[in-house]
Write a protein that binds this ligand. Structure first.
Ligand code: SF4
Ligand code: SF4
Length: 429
């Protein structure tokens, strides 16, 4: 694609990076066929190619975001299916991240939208605040029907519908410290305890730590780590996202430098995609660029790490039929496609893949709150495809997908690691 940025515009590093991305797009439109919003809405401006044109026009003309571009960029799930499909290697992720930051800087949203976004950014990344908010959700539940009838309050209704009615207690295993591996030492890793997942389902990281240590891997829970920054990054809140990235780099760097790490283990693929991008996100910060690139290089989804471990035979062969849902951040963001299915099959599960596996379930961070209608359509389509497999259980590697699919599916939805832990001697999920 031909671009017309001035030399002064290209002196700004974010613009220069986006210009390189734009020039790679050859307008072929292959990406439209696999874009969930284009498939759902049928509007070119809700396709990757349409959004790329809108972003190009906004950046080239150096103008503030307007209602039209905000509408179509807000509808993008950042699922990155377009990056998997694109034959030209267009890095849509970095382009849309830049567009979102530009929108945040230059566009004034309606008051209720601003308040909803500010509240999500204030609550979700902080486990204590999130836990308190979930407890308060019970008070709002009787008003869901009323909120749903008022367009500006639909996100509040969506939030209340997604909030679980009970919250498990916080896990003691997630406290800072070191969990020694049993038997012959096979590695040393740090684990991201994260934010929302540690509140909604602390047993995911418990199963991870338990399985890894049984396999002889030492697991470090470093002091001071927290939310990876993905939730606010996708809302264009660049400063908050970079602050989270720096805090995590600071938390992991001592563990890397004093004793070494083979990997930083991540059990939520949405977080994994972001942490693998820390090197890019902090590339312009001389104090962090190198350390962040080192963290990104060490970041691994737990299934990536386990697949390289040469696991023993499982303790039990469950034989359960499992529908494996590959989260977008797993398959498109991290390109981890083979390992979770192979691990499940090796552990004795019968793995089935739902049709249209490339399409997002509609979770996408805060998307199911901010865009509840499109999200519900994608969720129902996903659940129909999953239920058509005839599986007894759904496995996936991202807490957002677990919450989203479980809100409509008749069968249980669990994290892949819980099934693996069970097969290798852990408790039944
Ligand atoms: S990230 Fe997903 S929703 Fe957004 S343009 Fe690409 S395919 Fe479409
Ligand atoms: S597939 Fe790639 S090159 Fe083709 S229109 Fe989409 S982003 Fe551009």
């Amino acid at each position: 694609m031909q671009t017309n940025f001035s030399a002064a515009q290209l002196a700004e590093p974010h613009v220069a990076d986006s210009e390189k991305i734009l020039r790679k797009c050859v307008h072929c439109g292959f990406c439209t066929a696999t874009c969930p919003t284009y498939v759902t809405l049928g509007n070119e401006l809700d396709s990757p190619r349409g959004r790329i044109y809108l972003i190009k026009d906004m950046l080239e003309n150096g103008r503030p975001a307007d209602k039209e571009i905000v509408t179509h960029i807000d509808r993008c799930l950042s699922c990155l299916a377009c990056m998997t499909t694109c034959p030209s290697g267009v890095n849509y992720m970095h382009l849309v991240d830049h567009a979102r930051a530009h929108i945040q800087e230059t566009y004034k949203r309606p008051l209720l939208d601003r308040m909803t976004r500010a509240m999500l950014a204030f609550v979700l990344p902080y486990p204590n605040r999130f836990r308190a908010a979930l407890k308060l959700a019970g008070l709002g539940r009787p008003f869901i029907g009323l909120f749903e009838r008022l367009p500006a309050l639909k996100p509040v209704a969506a939030m209340l519908k997604l909030a679980p009615t009970s919250i498990p207690p916080a896990s003691s295993l997630a406290s800072p410290g070191t969990h020694a591996g049993k038997g012959a030492r096979r590695g040393r890793v740090a684990i991201l305890t994260g934010c929302a997942q540690s509140v909604l389902d602390p047993a995911i990281n418990e199963a991870t730590i338990s399985l890894l240590t049984r396999l002889g891997v030492e697991v470090v829970v470093p002091e001071g780590e927290g939310c990876c920054g993905a939730l606010v990054h996708h809302m264009g809140r660049e400063d908050q996202a970079l602050a989270s990235a720096r805090r995590n780099v600071d938390a992991w760097t001592p563990a890397i430098e004093q004793g070494g790490l083979d990997a930083i283990i991540i059990t939520a693929s949405g977080c994994g995609t972001t942490i693998k991008d820390y090197g890019f996100m902090l590339r312009l910060d001389p104090a962090y660029a190198e350390k962040a690139a080192r963290v990104s290089a060490l970041a691994k989804d737990v299934t990536e790490y386990l697949a390289a471990l040469d696991l023993p035979e499982p303790v039990r062969k469950p034989g359960t039929v499992v529908a494996y849902h590959s989260a977008c951040s797993m398959q498109h963001g991290q390109k981890v496609t083979r390992q979770p299915k192979e691990l499940l099959a090796k552990a004795g599960f019968v793995v089935r893949e739902p049709r249209e596996g490339h399409l997002c379930c509609g979770s996408a961070g805060t998307y199911n709150i901010l865009q509840p209608e499109i999200s519900a359509k994608l969720r129902d389509r996903k659940v129909k495809n999953i239920e058509a497999t005839g599986a007894e259980i759904v496995a996936t590697g991202n807490i957002g997908c677990i919450t989203q699919i479980a809100s409509a599916a008749k069968l249980p939805v669990v994290h892949t690691i819980k099934l693996l832990d069970w097969a290798y001697g852990g408790p039944r999920p």
